[in-house]
Design a protein around this ligand. Structure first.
Ligand code: C2O
Ligand code: CU
Length: 459
């Protein structure tokens, strides 16, 4: 049976409806239009879609083990919803319009309330027409603090983003549904910034120790990053602590939606260059965040930091006995798709393109009525993704973190988004311990919007 989008939504009888709740004192988060100076001084300001009027949205901080509550007020003139990326969340609060809730209509509200089992660096963003809504600014940092904070002098969030702006008007170039963008690498900006600003600056002292929380909020851009005038260690990926801090020796790669916590010692002396650099397309390094060194905090740097305390449930057991499920990743420009299932019907490439669809996961374009796989709660999942396209894809699983299984049977760090390069096969393993319907999709948002979205179910 073919299921239309409407029928699919109507079938979610148990999903919470968007409706106002009275007499409750819940902190608000308002999706609204605003005007923000994203471009350098001298260029016009940009009309954006924002949370609470700022880009990025307000930083939300909460303690591990606590409960987070936010009432989304939709003051935009389009429906929206919020996804709390990387939180091992109650399914009903996951924010996926059409799967876990109905989109919140203009003028309506939705109450999000959920427990926070894990410490770490997360983010929140729109999950209704994400390509455009995240592109226009609907995202913010979500920081869950450890009960015992690591020994650092300061904690800094660096939310990295890119924007495709018209230099004459400051407005976003409205190419969000451009087939060229969607069928290729995705929307890449002409301006890169940090915390909603081009030319972001931070001041620090020599030998000061900072925790840098890097978040890639870009629509499609993969950042190659390097430290200058600082010595650093990676201590967490996608919120999850590494078993041991890893010294930063060469380029760090941060794909869309990925996060990385670094602990860095500022080694530069007063007046020397320091900061976070990124690899530009022409092989030069450009400054993303400038660290202005003034004065000295200590006579010597502190040396290797301790590991962050582990989060609960970080082991993936039972992998040997679990079945491997294959998920070929197909489509896009240059390779195309012979045929795939869209809207309940098998279609050839021409017809898919006419429907604005370019990508498939395991032969399925976009959400079908049946999940890619169903797991019993507590079962171990193994999904082997093979990238048969000529583009890299940042694959994100909702609701649970996973590890990458190496050829030799060892497992990589726990994370929620993994970059799968062209012609590469990446197997993820996870414990399906969170009941509900969970997306598995590419976080190049144009790809996700044109077919590269599937889902799994944990019963
Ligand atoms: Cu960061 Cu499906 O989302
Ligand atoms: Cu992709």
């Amino acid at each position: 049976m073919t299921m239309t989008r409407r029928a699919f939504c109507a079938g979610l009888a148990a999903a919470p409806l968007a409706r106002p709740v009275f007499g409750q004192d819940m902190p608000l988060l308002t999706a609204q239009i605003a005007t923000v100076q994203l471009a350098p001084e001298g260029y016009p300001a940009t009309p954006v879609w924002s949370y609470d009027g700022t880009i990025p949205g307000p930083v939300i901080r909460a303690g591990q083990g606590s409960r987070l509550e936010r009432r989304l007020i939709n003051s935009l003139d389009v429906p929206t919803s919020i996804h709390w990326h990387g939180i091992r969340i109650d399914n009903a609060m996951d924010g996926v319009a059409g799967l876990t809730q109905e989109a919140v209509q203009p003028g309506e509200t939705f109450d999000y309330a959920f427990d926070l089992p894990d410490a770490g660096t997360y983010w929140y963003h729109a999950h209704t027409n994400s390509m455009e809504q995240v592109g226009r600014g609907l995202s913010g940092a979500l920081i869950i603090e450890e009960a015992n904070l690591p020994d650092v002098d300061r904690d800094e969030i660096l939310m990295i983003d890119d924007w495709l702006l018209d230099p004459d008007t400051g407005a976003f170039v409205d190419s969000f549904s451009d087939p060229m963008t969607r069928s290729h690498g995705g929307q890449i900006g002409n301006l890169v910034g940090v915390n909603g600003r081009y030319g972001f600056k931070l001041s620090a002292k020599q030998n000061e120790r900072l925790r840098l929380r890097l978040i890639n909020a870009a629509n499609a851009q993969i950042f190659g990053l390097r430290l200058e005038g600082m010595r650093g260690w990676t201590v967490a990926l996608d919120g999850m602590p590494l078993g041991a801090p890893e010294p930063v020796t060469d380029m760090l790669v941060l794909a869309p939606a990925q996060r990385m916590d670094l602990i860095v010692d500022v080694t530069a002396e007063e007046g020397e260059a320091a900061g976070l650099l990124f690899a530009a397309a022409d092989d030069t390094w450009l400054t993303l965040a400038d660290v202005l060194v003034e004065g000295r905090a200590a006579s010597v740097p502190r040396g290797a930091p301790e590991a962050l305390p582990p989060n609960p449930r970080m082991e993936v057991l039972g992998v040997e006995d679990a079945a491997v499920l294959d998920m070929p990743m197909q489509g896009g420009a240059m390779r195309g798709l012979e045929s795939a299932t869209f809207d309940g019907r098998r279609m050839g490439w021409q017809e898919l393109v006419q429907n604005g669809q370019f990508w498939a996961l395991a032969g399925q374009v976009g959400l079908g009525d049946a999940p890619f796989a169903t797991f019993a709660r507590g079962e171990t999942g193994r999904i082997r993704m093979t990238n048969d396209t000529i583009f890299p894809h940042a694959m994100h699983l909702h609701g649970m973190h996973f590890r990458v299984r190496n050829q030799d049977g060892t497992h990589g760090p726990m994370r929620d988004t993994v970059l799968v390069l062209p012609n590469e096969t990446t197997e993820i393993v996870f414990v399906a311990d969170n009941p509900g319907k969970w997306l598995l999709h590419c976080h190049m948002l144009g790809h996700a919007a044109s077919g590269m979205t599937n889902w799994i179910e944990v019963t």
